[in-house]
Write a protein that binds this ligand. Structure first.
Ligand SMILES: O=C(CO)COP(=O)(O)O
Length: 140
């Protein structure tokens, strides 16, 4: 599965700890991240992560584009709800696209714990079925 990992600055420590704790699950998937988040996960958890640009300069939108083209299966985005973000429109757009395309989205660590366990359990395998059916032209 393709998984996006994103965290605002005050949540960076949380996503690093999360990545270390669940490295045994995450390593079995293709990981994508915004620039700074991805660098930290790669440095501290030793995971292989494809890094887009940093969030404020377009990384959120790049991940949004992957969602729009059905190339992202799960998004874990640890948002900071208490700090204004200069790129708030990009943040909102990314979350909106998750809702448009029915992509599981965890925006805090409590939900991320549930999502990662569901992932390990194979609970998102319906994503593969939908993708295959789309490729076969069954959903238009
Ligand atoms: O700003 C972000 C998400 O909106 C995260 O970007 P960075 O991972 O580059 O810090």
């Amino acid at each position: 599965m393709n998984i996006a990992l994103i965290a605002h600055d005050k949540k960076k420590r949380d996503i690093i700890n999360f990545s270390i704790a669940y490295e045994h699950i995450l390593k079995n998937h293709q990981l994508f991240a915004t620039g700074t988040t991805g660098q930290k996960i790669s440095d501290e958890a030793g995971l292989d992560v494809y890094r887009f640009q940093s969030g404020p300069i377009g990384g959120d939108q790049q991940i949004g584009a992957k969602i729009a083209s059905n190339e992202m299966d799960v998004v874990i985005f640890l948002r900071d709800p208490l700090t204004a973000q200069p790129h708030e429109p990009d943040v909102s757009a990314l979350m909106r696209l998750c809702d448009v395309h029915l992509i599981p989205l965890a925006t805090n660590i409590a939900a991320a714990e549930i999502v990662i366990r569901a992932l390990a359990n194979g609970d998102f395998s319906w994503r593969e079925i939908i993708k295959q059916r789309e490729e076969e032209g069954k959903y238009q």
